[in-house]
Design a protein around this ligand. Structure first.
Ligand SMILES: [Zn+2]
Length: 259
């Protein structure tokens, strides 16, 4: 990765406005899996408001294993840190990411558009109070509001959606960009800002990005996940919330366990 970063630096030195687009690839070495390779049940558990509300322990365990443990125990990767350094030197003007791990900000980047939300964009699912601090997820259990309601991160209450304010920010940036660098991204949510990219911008990518058919396939996959979520949200029984209550009585543990 270091040699790639060095190569990118030379492109960056010739640009007055550089935007970096990142995806799951930049977080893999911190232990966070690529969403493309997740099992549907994990995606469902991580994205379901009803699971969060009725089975907060099961929810936390899924979130801890797939995201929170890597975030809090491993933290930002060398790529996140290098990008933060480049931004600090004035060489990068913004980072657009589909990642919900908040690791760019943890690494010190200031201008980050988290277009799919993150664990730092939270609200109480009962009263709506906002809690925009990722550290509320590092207390061993699903965070609760002072009103008693469970707190959910944006990807949960949006059902794998895009955060409008962040997508608008991303559009403004790509309109101004002279150079766009794509790292570890597969084209998810490209549709939300792709049409706004400055026609004269130089685009540097590790691979061809993105193919129209590939984008359509990904959107279809997201749609099917969302359709599945809506079915499950209407049917509490198949989610086994009664089982969790029984399990709780037997175990009485608070800390998350590995699957
Ligand atoms: Zn509340």
């Amino acid at each position: 990765m270091n040699s790639q970063i060095e190569e990118l630096k030379s492109f960056i030195n010739n640009s007055n406005y550089t935007i970096v687009i990142t995806g799951a690839g930049v977080s893999v070495s911190s232990g966070i899996g690529d969403v493309e390779h997740w099992h549907l049940p994990t995606v469902l558990q991580m994205s379901s408001e009803i699971i969060l509300k009725t089975m907060p322990k099961r929810y936390y365990k899924a979130a801890w294993n797939s995201f929170l443990e890597p975030i809090f125990n491993n933290g930002a990767t060398v790529t996140h840190r290098k990008l933060a350094e480049l931004e600090n030197e004035g060489k990068i003007q913004g980072i657009i990411t589909t990642n919900i791990d908040h690791l760019h900000s943890i690494a010190g980047s200031k201008n980050v558009a988290e277009i799919q939300g993150s664990f730092a964009v939270n609200k109480c699912l009962k009263c709506g109070k906002q809690y925009n601090d990722i550290n509320i997820w590092n207390k061993g259990k699903t965070p609760r509001c002072e009103c008693g309601g469970v707190i959910g991160a944006f990807p949960i209450y949006a059902h794998v959606g895009q955060l409008r304010t962040e997508a608008e920010k991303a559009r403004r940036w790509v309109e101004l960009a002279e150079l766009i660098i794509i790292i570890g991204a597969n084209g998810s949510y490209y549709w939300s800002y792709g049409n706004h990219i400055n026609k004269n911008a130089k685009i540097e990518s590790q691979k061809e990005f993105p193919q129209e058919q590939e984008l359509k396939d990904k959107q279809r996959k997201l749609d099917s996940i969302n359709a599945e979520l809506k079915i499950n949200d209407d049917d509490h029984e198949i989610l086994g919330d009664e089982q969790e209550e029984k399990d709780d009585k037997n175990k009485g543990k608070n800390s998350p366990e590995r699957c």
